[in-house]
Design a protein around this ligand. Structure first.
Ligand code: ADP
Length: 248
């Protein structure tokens, strides 16, 4: 697929740590509006790939482009975040001693969105955005509760809501279903599908049932490059993918 029509474009990306090639010749293209699931055994390079996209790790070689024209390898982490690339780590980091609503408000007023909130948006417009986000993350009824009182799963949703407040173009989500109950996992799939209606999303996840729920294209990483790509049924029937997962 062409660079110009991509949201995110990685080509021939490699990075080594002390001579060990953690990412080797990785190519990945995410289209605007796409949600993609990334799977792969431990050590496949999933975290390092996310680190490269967000600028935490700089590749030794290769192309990393955003929006068809912005070279991410030349930007630092803050500049990349300001472009609208938001990352959610596995462990939720919410403000336990603030209410849920205030957590979203604090995120709205944080650096990336500050110009859009304090200076020209009215309080009513901010409130509407908060209400919309609370609706998406299904915490509207709990808005006045302290974030610290939420379940692990609800905290994950709140943190996703805080990322949404930053108005990202691309969301990177690391194992959103980890540690969740089956019910919360199912709700999380619904929530991500809702978000994917108007955001591009990359989800790293181990839970195959969850990925099946998402119903999106899957990229399988192995030893730092793409082993297979396609619908879950297709990649999970791929002989090489089966071998990698069975450790043969
Ligand atoms: P995954 O997220 O798929 O489990 P990682 O991206 O964490 O894989 O790791 C890929 C490989 O790179 C692993 O072999 C890991 O040990 C190695 N690695 C990752 N980060 C570093 C680092 N900072 N220093 C040395 N080796 C690293």
């Amino acid at each position: 697929p062409a660079l110009t029509s991509s949201l995110l474009y990685l080509d021939g990306v490699s990075v080594s740590f002390d001579g060990f090639k953690a990412i080797r010749g990785l190519s990945l293209v995410i289209a605007p509006g796409e949600m993609r699931a990334i799977i792969g055994p431990n050590g496949a390079g999933k975290t390092t790939m996310m680190d490269i996209i967000t600028g935490k790790t700089k590749p030794d070689e290769g192309t990393v482009m955003f929006g068809g024209s912005v070279d991410l390898t030349r930007l630092d982490e803050a500049a990349i975040a300001n472009l609208g690339i938001g990352r959610k780590f596995q462990k939720p980091t919410v403000f336990d001693f603030h209410t849920i609503e205030d957590n979203i408000l604090l995120a709205l007023k944080s650096q990336r969105s500050v110009a859009k909130t304090l200076f020209w948006k009215t309080a009513a417009a901010n409130q509407k955005r908060i209400d919309d986000i609370l609706g998406i993350i299904k915490l509207g009824d709990a808005r006045n509760r302290l974030a610290g009182s939420l379940s692990h799963g609800q905290k994950q949703w709140l943190e996703i809501g805080m990322l949404l407040a930053q108005d990202p173009k691309l969301l990177l989500v690391d194992e959103p279903a980890a540690g969740m109950t089956d019910g919360e996992t199912a709700e999380t799939a619904v929530l991500l599908k809702e978000i994917a209606k108007d955001h591009s999303v990359i989800v790293v996840e181990h839970d195959m049932g969850f990925i099946r729920e998402l119903g999106v294209k899957v990229t399988v990483l192995h030893e730092g490059s793409v082993l297979a790509e396609g619908p879950l049924d297709q990649v999970s029937a791929n002989e090489r993918v089966v071998e990698v997962y069975l450790g043969r």
